[in-house]
Every structure is written in C-alpha cells, then in structure tokens.
Design a protein around this ligand. Structure first.
Ligand SMILES: NC(=O)c1ccc[n+]([C@@H]2O[C@H](COP(=O)([O-])OP(=O)(O)OC[C@H]3O[C@@H](n4cnc5c(N)ncnc54)[C@H](O)[C@@H]3O)[C@@H](O)[C@H]2O)c1
Length: 325
C-alpha cells in the first residue's frame, strides 16, 4: 500500500517508516523538518502541498503521526497547536477522502484523558482504570484539546464519508527524561511506567502497522496503546494504597531484582491504562512489558526500552540549531 506518513522525522516516525517498508508498504515520509525517512518537507497545515503529495505519490492511506505535542507547549502558542493538530488533521482527512482512500490512522494520546481529578491522584475506588470508555474526557491542556478535536474530526469523516479510521491513543514512549517527575527518574521511572502507562517505541510502531492492515475490520474505533498491565480492575483499591504488595503477588522477585539495581518500585499507582481492546479487535499486544524488564535484570542483559535523556523533538532541535548559527 502507498502510505503517507506524517511525523516521519520524529521518534515514532523513525521506527514506523522502516517497519512499514519492511512489511511491503511504499512509504512517503512527510515532516516539517528533514529526516532519514522524510521525502517531503512541509507542514500539514499546507493543504495545497498535501494535495500535490497525495497525487504525486499515488497515496492510498495516511498514517498521521506528526504533531505538536506536550514538550512543545512551553515553546509554541496555543494557536500553533490548533494550526498543526486540528487544521493539519482536517487537511489530511479532506485529502484522503478526495483521493478515494479507504483508511486513515491517527496517532492520538492517552494524555487527553488526564483530567484535573485524574492528575490529582487516585479516585474514590482507588487507581483510575483508564480504558476507551473512560468519560467524561476533559483534556487539561491545549495539546489534549487539539488531539481530542482531531479525533472527533476523524470520527466525523468516518460517519460522513465511510473512510475507516483507527484512533490510537498512545501511552508514553518518549526516550527522554520526564520533565515533571524527578524521583525516581531515568531508567527506573521508565521501568516502573511499563506497569501501567508506557510502551516501547517498537511496540507503538507495531501497533500502527497492525491497525493499518486491519483497518477494514476495525471500521472506526479508538484504542489505547500501552504495555499490558499485570493488574486487574479488582486490584485498583490496593494499587492506590500499597502497589508494592500487588506487584509482589505478580512478580515475587521484583523487589529483590530492583534492590540489586538500586531501583525503587512505586509505592502507589494511581492510574492504569488498559490496552485490551486493541488485542481483541486487531490482535496487537505489546511484546515488551514489566516482566521483560525483570527478565533483563535477572539475566543481566540490556534493558528492553530506549532511554536517551538528550533526545529532543526534531522541530525543537532545528530551532535550537538555527539560534546557534
Ligand atoms: N512520545 C510520546 O511519548 C507520545 C505519547 C503519546 C502520543 N504521542 C504522539 O505520537 C506522535 C509522534 O510523536 P513523537 O514522540 O514521535 O514526537 P516527535 O516530536 O519526535 O515527532 C513528531 C514529529 O512531527 C513533526 N511535526 C511537527 N509539526 C509538524 C507539521 N506542522 N507538519 C508536519 N510534521 C510536523 C515534527 O517535526 C516531528 O518530527 C505525535 O502525534 C504525538 O502526539 C507521543
């Protein structure tokens, strides 16, 4: 299939573009900054450029992963988020329908589900259980607002034009450090997050490939992408009180392996993302989970996830380089 991939210079794009190609797809990378997998340099806000690209490359499907996202909030005005994330998505949907495409993939974010009360900590019943039916959705920042608006545009186009749409609400997969969480940090934090709210970039890319290929069976649906948590809903109350006890039941040697590494397990877990719908509906399940981390600690092999404190989004890196000239 001839696929237009937006965000092809980014962290996800650099894994997803080669994965699509290895699986027989002819990928045209589209990004506002250059990259090894980017053929067309420009913004998704530029509708004529999108139309020209669709025609010149005979595009049959769009995977829309390009965006301004959370780290960009500090650097861009809100209007830029509307231009890129809302107008850009609308442009791509219009172009997809005009070109007669039968499928469209939108990379969304679990972040849009984080309301003020979710961010404040566990709820009355314990840890928040976050699946696709979680409601009401009230994003707490311009990133979430514009991603939610883009999701709604995808759904509208499915209703009005019949184009199949998979909305992939992706959990954390960034390689850099968390800008809001200092202790624990680095690899320890990422390992902990694989329990409830993270996946590897390789698994995120694999989910996009699987959803693209299953689009006609999906129709129109929203999916949470995250590593499979070892917990059940029945654990929610205890997770918010004593997560280490729950973890010990699932992984009896976790505390010992962590201690040997000088790491700490979370004392409480206040939310769990449930990715089971993606497995039920299109057969995707993340290959790397918390158990994979423990296996690596046990076997003294490399950690199964990327950690790069120096990673910066290409769009930010380009601006930084321009300032230094
Ligand atoms: N990184 C995460 O943990 C995470 C979590 C949830 C969802 N997401 C989503 O995954 C997608 C990919 O994110 P990433 O982590 O690879 O981020 P990234 O910043 O590394 O990549 C995003 C890419 O989008 C490009 N882009 C920005 N504005 C553009 C425009 N106007 N036109 C075309 N391209 C533009 C950037 O240049 C960049 O290459 C995004 O949609 C993001 O919202 C990321």
């Amino acid at each position: 299939m001839r696929v237009l991939l937006t965000g092809s210079s980014g962290w996800l794009g650099r894994y997803l573009a080669p994965l699509l190609a290895r699986n027989g797809h002819d990928v045209t990378g589209f990004d506002v900054v250059p990259g090894a997998h980017t053929e067309v340099i420009g913004t998704v806000a530029d509708r004529p450029l999108i139309d020209r690209t669709m025609g010149a490359h005979g595009i049959e499907a769009i995977v829309h992963a390009g965006a301004l996202h959370k780290p960009d909030i500090a650097r861009y005005p809100r209007q830029a988020f509307v231009d890129v994330n809302v107008t850009g998505t609308l442009n791509l949907l219009e172009a997809a329908v005009a070109a007669g495409n039968d499928r469209f993939l939108f990379t969304s974010t679990t972040s849009l589900m984080v309301r003020a009360d979710v961010r404040a900590g566990a709820g009355e019943a314990g840890a928040w259980w976050m699946d696709e039916d979680f409601a009401p959705v009230e994003p707490r920042n311009i990133y979430g607002i514009t991603k939610l608006a883009a999701e709604q545009a995808c759904r509208l186009f499915h209703r009005e034009h019949g184009i199949d749409v998979a909305i992939l609400r992706t959990g954390r997969f960034f390689p850099e450090d968390d800008d809001t969480h200092a202790v624990p940090s680095g690899e320890n934090l990422k390992a902990n997050e694989l329990l409830n709210r993270r996946l590897t970039v390789e698994d995120a890319a694999a989910a996009h490939l699987a959803a693209l290929e299953a689009a006609s069976a999906i129709g129109c649906d929203t999916f949470i992408l995250s590593a499979p948590p070892p917990f059940a809903r029945a654990d929610a109350e205890e997770l918010a009180r004593d997560a280490r006890a729950v973890i010990a039941r699932h992984y009896p040697d976790a505390a010992e392996l962590y201690a040997a590494k000088g790491w700490v397990l979370p004392q409480i877990i206040d939310r769990v993302y449930d990715p089971s719908r993606a497995e039920r509906r299109f057969g995707w399940r993340a290959r790397t989970d918390f158990g994979s981390v423990l296996a690596a600690l046990r076997d003294r092999t490399g950690l199964p996830f990327a950690h790069d404190p120096d990673y910066t989004s290409p769009i930010i890196a380009q601006e930084r380089d321009a300032c230094m000239c």
